[in-house]
Design a protein around this ligand. Structure first.
Ligand code: SAM
Length: 296
């Protein structure tokens, strides 16, 4: 059995051997605790029939654990300085392909066709670079990329916002956008001490599993998310007030907004944070003709 990359001693040895220095701007906080990695793999629910997309392999700490469990791993790393390191550390694993690319530039549907035609399902497993957590998740979800699950490390506070339910302080447009597509749960909270260097914030592993059906049928998903964002601009204000400010010519079209609210059976004095995803869906459908269709 090869020695784990994710121990403080081996990580230091690898970094020194390759003269590597961390770039904070790329969210480089490497895992140095094999127990956390085993737990991530457990929550990922992968086996030899699974294909895994990893974002940001770093020096390969998580990648090697995925490689041992899964059939195939494709890992996208933006930092070219890490490519020779990965070639070295991951040399025992023949089922890993490292690609030097910004994940936000990857055509994910094409990548899945190219790399994963021979697996039963595709899962995303990653210790994400925290500065791009939301764009990365939304790229997978809005792009209708055929993945079953995402098991991803992120800032604890962001994981709480994603999993939040109506009526709580953390509930907002991010909760709605993600829970529209996926069931979301915090799998574990992770202390700073398992990273090198230690981040300034607490972390958590979030498990997102694809919903078999969306919670409501909407005319236009992007418009739903726009309405949701617009309803939380000022959290303490009513839904009517926020929509009047956020929709085009909303002030002049107050009557039409009131009509849509009534059609969706939503009291105009409620606050956005009290509305369920289904209610937001009904509301965005009712507003769509007047405020959404014209933007197309
Ligand atoms: N997986 C490793 C681990 O757990 O030890 C490293 C995780 S570290 C939090 C994030 C990694 O993502 C870094 O290696 C960083 O260079 C890489 N990265 C940052 N932005 C990226 C992007 N847009 N696309 C792909 N990789 C990125």
């Amino acid at each position: 059995m090869v020695k784990d990359i994710a121990t403080p001693a081996r990580t230091k040895e690898i970094l020194e051997k390759h003269g590597f220095s961390f770039k904070k701007s790329l969210g480089q906080n490497f895992l140095i605790d094999p127990n956390i990695l085993k737990n991530i793999i457990y929550h990922a629910g992968i086996d030899k029939r699974s294909g895994v997309i990893e974002i940001g392999p770093g020096i390969g700490a998580l990648t090697e654990h995925i490689a041992r469990a899964a059939g195939k791993v494709v890992a996208y790393e933006i930092d070219d300085r890490l490519l020779p390191v990965l070639e070295d550390t991951l040399s025992p694993y023949t089922n890993v392909k490292v690609i030097h690319q910004d994940i936000l530039d990857v055509d994910l549907n094409a990548a899945i066709e190219e790399h994963f035609s021979d697996v039963d399902e595709v899962t995303v497993v990653a210790n994400l670079p925290y500065y791009v957590t939301t764009p990365i998740i939304m790229k997978f979800l809005m792009g209708k990329v055929p993945i079953e699950r995402m098991v991803i490390m992120m800032q604890h506070e962001v994981a709480d916002r994603i999993t939040a339910v109506p009526g709580t302080k953390a509930y907002g447009s991010l909760s709605i956008a993600i829970q529209y597509y996926m069931d979301a749960e915090v799998a574990m909270v992770v202390p700073r001490t398992v990273f090198m260097p230690q981040p300034n914030v607490e972390s958590a592993v979030l498990r997102l599993s694809r919903k078999t059906e969306p919670p409501a049928s909407v005319i236009d998903e992007e418009f739903l998310f726009k309405v949701a964002r617009g309803s939380f601009v000022q959290r303490r204000k009513t839904i009517l007030n926020n929509l009047q400010t956020s929709l085009p010519q909303g002030k002049a079209k107050k009557d039409l907004i009131l009509e849509a609210l009534s059609k969706a059976s939503i009291d105009s004095v409620r606050r956005g944070e009290t509305l369920s995803i289904e209610e937001f869906a009904n509301l965005s459908n009712a507003l769509y003709e007047e405020f959404g269709a014209s933007e197309k």
